[in-house]
Write a protein that binds this ligand. Structure first.
Ligand code: PCA
Length: 323
């Protein structure tokens, strides 16, 4: 402990100035609410970075789209408006189809498959991000995506005409092929979109369903386990390069831990959140063969569309995934 009386006021002011000049503070926008396991994982990541750098790098998380809207986050990091951010990986599929592979229905539906798909995607995505002055810190999957409705769904035809909440262009394509009417709604807006009747069905994880209190406006959860999409946390390359070497190493170490922890959290979420849906009165349904066949047909068509768009580069990723 230093003694204030032996420490001149001017010296104290200088010392604290020097300290603030060294410490760096990063604003980090994320799209999902605090109760989301991804967001909890990011808060832990920020704490780990602060601890490992003795407070030299402080990451301030701005959750639920409060600093930038979800669709703006990747651009904000690219342009350096913020040094880091999180977003749903396949939102970048408009830039390059490689980003969208984890949102294709029935391509990777178990965590083991999702891990293999990420291993196949990652080198390509690292290169694409590099071209955008970005660097991936880590990616974490959502639990398998299931179908939420207000009635029993036995065939794809049962989805016809439903006002369908979507979160990406890929899901929009899926909903349209199923004959439903897609409307893009961000997670924090889900309860209101349902309660006002803008939408009446959705596909998302047990996590997002339970966190949105789906039982307030939906009755059936059909466990189709259609895909396992990921969120990615990225950093602006120049912001990263401005950090000293020890801080860079601390960020990469905390990111590797966050990725491992996030995959574990995701696996644990699945059963836990389905149980919460059930406890709150949602009927959890095992899908009929007929429904699954119809949905798989849509998935097969979307994969063909994807291949046509992704060309040789896409074929190489698919080969790496399915050797
Ligand atoms: N939750 C997010 C993305 C996928 C998921 O499970 C959402 O519903 O937008």
């Amino acid at each position: 402990m230093f003694n204030l009386h032996t420490f001149g006021g001017a010296a104290l002011a200088l010392a604290s100035l020097a300290f603030t000049a060294q410490a760096e503070s990063w604003d980090m926008p994320t799209p999902y609410p605090d109760a989301t396991f991804h967001t909890a994982n990011i808060y832990q990541f920020a704490e780990d970075v602060a601890a490992a750098t003795d407070g030299a790098l402080e990451i301030k998380v701005h959750s639920a789209g409060s600093l930038f809207k979800h669709a703006e986050i990747s651009k904000a990091v690219r342009s350096g408006q913020v040094p880091a951010g999180e977003f749903f990986l396949s939102l970048l599929a408009n830039d390059n189809p490689a980003y969208g592979l984890d949102s294709l229905p029935f391509l990777a539906t178990s965590y083991d498959e999702a891990e293999r798909l990420w291993a196949a995607q990652k080198p390509v995505i690292d290169e694409l991000l590099d071209g955008q002055r970005l660097m991936a810190l880590y990616a974490v999957p959502w639990p398998p995506q299931g179908l939420y409705t207000t009635k029993e769904i036995n065939t794809v035809e049962d989805l016809a005409g439903l006002k369908f909440r979507t979160y990406s262009a890929t899901l929009e394509e899926f909903a349209a092929l199923a004959g439903a009417a897609p409307t893009q709604v961000e997670v924090p807006d889900i309860p209101q979109a349902f309660s006002t009747g803008r939408v009446e069905a959705m596909i998302t994880s047990p996590s997002t369903g339970a966190n949105s209190k789906a039982w307030d406006f939906l009755t059936h959860y059909t466990d189709i386990q259609a895909w396992i999409p990921k969120n990615i946390v990225v950093v602006n390359k120049r912001a990263f390069q401005r950090l000293d070497e020890a801080t860079q190493a601390a960020v990469l170490q905390a990111a590797a831990e966050a990725e491992a922890r996030g995959w574990e959290m995701s696996r644990a979420e699945t059963a836990e959140k389905v149980a919460i849906l059930q406890e709150n009165g949602i009927t959890v349904v095992t899908p009929s063969e007929e429904l699954m066949t119809g949905l798989r047909d849509i998935g097969a068509q979307m994969l063909e569309n994807w291949k046509a768009e992704a060309g040789e580069a896409g074929a190489a990723i698919l080969d790496a995934y399915q050797p």
